[in-house]
Design a protein around this ligand. Sequence first.
Ligand SMILES: CC(C)(COP(=O)(O)OP(=O)(O)OC[C@H]1O[C@@H](n2cnc3c(N)ncnc32)[C@H](O)[C@@H]1OP(=O)(O)O)[C@@H](O)C(=O)NCCC(=O)NCCS
Length: 243
Amino acid sequence: MCRWARGAASTGSARGARQCGIVTGDIAQKGCAAASNRQAGGTSSLRVRHPVSLAGNRSPVSSRRNNRLSHFTIDLEDKADLVLREPWTVDGMHALITKNLDRLRNWESWAQGEQTRDGLECFTNHQLSEWVAGRSLPAAIRQNGALVGSVGARIDLYAGVADLGYWIDADQEGRGLVTQASRAVIDHLRNDRGLRRIEIRAAVGNTRSRAVAERLGFEFEGTLRRAQQVGETVHDVALYALT
Ligand SMILES: CC(C)(COP(=O)(O)OP(=O)(O)OC[C@H]1O[C@@H](n2cnc3c(N)ncnc32)[C@H](O)[C@@H]1OP(=O)(O)O)[C@@H](O)C(=O)NCCC(=O)NCCS
């Protein structure tokens, strides 16, 4: 079911700060290298840009450390990349969700209600604050600079477990973009965050999503009975994990 995927960066002091790839906030204390723009690990390369405030204000705020973000970009293959879901993505993602709403409503609980631009902006800002706290990794997938989908993880810091979610524009489906983007996120979660376990939950009948999990080498651990309601339909959910 990919319980969330609507929606990465490092925090810390501004210019010249200690920044580690796309590691955030207090997590930045762990395994942090002095230089910015470090490799995120695996096959993807990562570019950290200048910090901005949570409100999307482009002028750096010098007071509250937790109010800072740095943008990030993870290069994928064939002119695709991953970017942090910041306020500038709201209009593009809203247009993409609107275009794909009927098919998203087949599988995504979050897509059932009305999808307003304001609602998406609130969600985006909430995910950014969760990113700063180290509890989420909200990324958008771009192809040739255009927003085409979403991949992200919700992170349980206490359990050391992350839950991966994704969706992509119908026109970009079947090209391997989601697998590639997920791989980059998984590299970060395992190599930079040191998470032990990453889960993917997909409705039993969602063959395309299950195929992504299997392509990524996740192990099928079993079926969660009646574990997801999507509109009027209650789905059994296939639980996959990478440990
Ligand atoms: C689930 C979903 C994200 C899967 O997207 P997808 O495009 O099928 O997944 P990938 O990007 O990994 O593409 C896989 C396809 O590309 C092909 N491919 C081409 N190049 C590839 C590459 N370099 N690496 C991997 N696969 C590649 C694969 O063979 C596969 O083809 P197939 O569909 O003919 O079997 C998409 O169907 C979707 O958005 N669904 C609606 C929302 C949803 O269900 N979200 C998940 C909820 S749990």
